[in-house]
Design a protein around this ligand. Structure first.
Ligand code: CS2
Length: 490
């Protein structure tokens, strides 16, 4: 019988990097699988290389599942690397206190205010930044943001917690960095903007605002590692590989990448000695990652869901999906940006091919397809506008938008594959309200495009809306494959 993983039972040679000291230096919000297979692993390796008091004070957003499982294992867990050559597992030991933010948001505020903590890292997903899709600014009208802005309230939103923590920390004046590890363009700049908008709307004292601008840094960063959800199979694999029972292992691919701006007001772990890259070409790396990987991922996911493919590798192995995605990369994405120095597009795309086809990952198309209303904002509008403003039509970006609508807000009379119901989409209700009473597919699409779900600059482009409506009509009438064929012939 395998023993439960815990401080007394760490299989010899299985520790990845170093154990963190008891003192915590990082507050992390979002204890999901991505953080546990990405930032936490870099931090463990950085401490093995160069030491430092960089234990992590972690907060899950609202679910107790991971926190309860990790606590029962002295905050340890394993990362299960799934490659085509087989699986490997290693143990991570960098989290010290862990909690659920929703249960005690004041504890998050206090942790951020504590001068011992010098970095706040975030994996809160695109939705966690509470931005208005039409303007990109903090959604001041959203109920949860408005509630957080009330004087004396305990903040519940991520932005509210960071802002109130920063306000309290201004008393000590201890500098720190807020590092977004989510798939956002200009992630640091965006995070600074929403936090400062919150502080201004909350009417904080001017010394808090000057503390924010002089002593708090918000480095931009690009993160990359495909990390699916944990299934019952993963603890079994860990038991086989390490001989211990781990109730919350994290499966992940072998590939991992982190590119950051070196702008940490309170210091940082030696992440560079753990494989992270510090670069001044952040925007170029962002374009590569958010467009070529994430943008393509969305198209694979929605075409996959519409054709009944449960996982990315199954979707990707369909010729019509591969053809659409490869053309999306070459025609719609690559022309829109200047890549980083030395970037080799062919090599990057063949690496993507190997990553997406890995059958052991089992990355659910519905996981990638979830939260499309916030994810697509990073993946479609700017690239689409690049072409539309030149009078060209980005057909594959229109296809991705149409496929998303077909899955999430299908016109009356069309029922997508049952998989579509497993997509988590916070805007589902608002989308349904927007299309209520639409009589034709073009009307349906127009109501979504003009309904505040996309930036105004894109919704002004009638030709794009028309192309999305045409493709949605084809999806409904003849299926996703036929719509992709129409795009291929355009
Ligand atoms: C995916 C990402 O779910 C999604 O939207 O595109 O989570 C993707 O797997 C990661 O960004 C890879 O680094």
């Amino acid at each position: 019988m395998p023993q439960p993983l815990g401080r007394k039972c760490v299989p010899a040679g299985s520790l990845l990097g170093a154990s963190a000291p008891d003192r915590t230096g990082i507050v992390h919000l979002g204890l999901g699988n991505f953080h546990r297979a990405h930032g936490a692993v870099y931090t463990a390796h950085a401490m093995a290389a160069a030491g430092g008091n960089w234990g992590i004070r972690g907060f899950a957003h609202s679910s107790d599942r991971v926190v309860a499982a990790m606590r029962a294992q002295d905050n340890l867990y394993s990362v299960l690397q799934l490659t085509e050559r087989g699986a490997e597992a290693g143990v991570i030991d960098v989290h010290r206190d862990i909690d659920v933010a929703a249960r005690d948001p004041a504890a998050v505020v206090d942790a951020i205010a504590d001068p011992a903590h010098r970095i706040v890292t975030l994996t809160v997903s695109e939705a966690g930044y509470t931005r208005d899709p039409a303007t990109g600014r903090l959604a001041l009208d959203a109920l949860d943001v408005a509630a957080d802005l009330m004087a004396g309230s305990t903040p519940r939103t991520v932005v509210g917690m960071i802002a109130r923590g920063l306000e309290k920390r201004a008393l000590s004046g201890a500098p720190f960095a807020v590092l977004s590890c989510d798939n956002l363009q200009s992630s640091g700049d965006v995070t600074r903007a929403v936090v400062e908008e919150f502080l201004q709307a909350a009417g904080v004292r001017s010394d808090v605002l000057s503390f924010a601008s002089s002593s708090v840094s918000f480095p931009n960063a690009v993160v990359d590692r495909i990390v699916p959800g944990t299934t019952d199979e993963h603890p079994r694999l860990v038991a086989d590989l390490l001989g211990v029972t781990d109730m919350c292992p994290v499966p992940a691919e072998h590939f991992t990448m982190w590119v950051l701006e070196d702008d940490f007001a309170g210091g940082r772990p030696a992440w560079d000695q753990a494989g992270a890259r510090f670069s001044n070409e952040l925007e170029a790396y962002e374009m590569v990652k958010l467009r070529l990987l994430n943008g393509s991922h969305s198209l694979i996911a929605y075409l996959g869901i519409l054709s009944g493919a449960p996982t990315i590798d199954v979707a990707w192995r369909q010729d019509f999906v591969r053809e659409a995605v490869l053309n999306e990369i070459s025609d719609d994405y690559l022309p829109t940006f200047t890549p980083p120095t030395g970037f080799d597009a062919d090599a990057y795309v063949s690496e993507l091919d190997a990553r997406w086809r890995n059958p052991l990952i089992g990355h659910a198309t519905t996981q990638v397809g979830s939260d499309g209303s916030v994810k697509l904002l990073q993946r479609i509008p700017d690239a689409a506008l690049f072409h539309l403003r030149r009078g060209d039509m980005p057909h594959h970006l229109a296809l991705c938008t149409a496929a998303w609508i077909a899955c999430i807000a299908p016109p009356a009379g069309f029922t997508p594959q049952p998989l579509a119901e497993c997509i988590v989409e916070p805007a589902r209700g608002r989308l349904a309200a927007a299309v209520d009473g639409a009589v034709t597919v073009p009307d349906h699409v127009r109501r979504i495009m003009n309904g505040g779900f996309f930036p105004d600059a894109l919704t002004e482009q009638d030709a794009f809306t028309t192309r999305v409506a045409d493709l949605l009509t084809l999806i409904i009438r003849d299926g996703a494959r036929a719509a992709a064929a129409d795009v291929a012939a355009s």
